[in-house]
Design a binder for this molecule. Sequence first.
Ligand code: NAD
Length: 358
Amino acid sequence: MKAFAYNALPGRVVFGAGALQHLPREIERIRAERVLVLSTPQQRAQAEDIAGRLGERCVGLYDRAVMHVPIETARAAREEAKRLSADCAVAVGGGSTIGLGKAIALESDLPILAIPTTYAGSEMTPIYGLTENGQKRTGRDPRVLPTTVIYDPLLTLTLPVSLSITSALNAMAHCVEALYAEDANPVVSLMAQEGIRALARSLPKLKTNADDIEVRGDLLYGAWLAGAALGAVGMSIHHKLCHTLGGSFNLPHSEVHTVILPHAAAYNRAAAPDAMAHVAAALGVPDAPFGIWELERSLGAPLTLKEIGMKEEDLDRAARLATERPYYNPRPIEFGAIRALLDDAFHGRKPAEATALH
Ligand code: NAD
């Protein structure tokens, strides 16, 4: 067995339908007295419910979280936390809201209690992102890792089915890249495989059983494992491309992950055969990239960059941005091959055929 370093997960995870009832107990555990609740404007009602459960311990509700954490929003939220002398932030929502909590924690050491309502996985990671002058920069800092995470599938029932599908595929992308990470280790690889299994078995049920709490619980379980894998090991070409396309071309986060995943997997297919075999086994298919693409197609998920807002004339610039700095990937990063990958993703070609073109 190869030598490895294993990074532990966030301290405490409370999981299950109705787990939100334990919020007051969990706040007591971290000895917080003055809680600031964070959400997007769209999730204000959920945030108000949380505030109500906290009673006097809730000193404020800040509902202006938006995608990619603009520095102005981060500054305003930090000011609000300071003004209220908050000693804890409760973030209820997806990666955008949890990201805002992380932006506060980065400068104040405020503990975060995260209540995720999508499958993006940010609650499990020490990774933060901030956008300034149109540029998104990300970093890792243990201060931003939530202290406690409450996973309650009941809160995901309102996540629209189309967003549930792409968000779960965003989670699957973390698992796929964890399996061929430079610092992969056997424990995280097991989690990644189980994550793919849980997501792949529950995704097809979402269309007809979106209100089934077992299905929602299974998806959230997969998302937990995926987020833990994302937080524990390094990511490669897939995340680099999605970061570039989301940050510089303003494409929607989970949709861009969905479109790129089969093509990124195809790019690495020959260079990471063991990882691909594990992905294929977890999906129950003979070929990983093609299996992912087929799953996406059967779910009616977006398959082309074109349909999610990418312009064909921007593909060259995207390929340049994604290849200008060196980073680890199982297969060397080459401009021509990445440009071809983006072309396949733009048109939504089958990855099996795409490989032959590269
Ligand atoms: P999001 O947080 O932007 O949410 C998308 C929309 O869905 C928002 O309007 C939100 O209010 C709404 N929503 C969320 N949950 C809902 C629910 N249960 N019911 C109804 N509406 C709901 O989307 P996301 O995909 O979770 O997060 C994307 C952002 O998170 C990106 O900026 C990405 O870079 C970041 N991210 C960071 C990490 C990390 O480790 N730092 C990991 C994953 C994603």
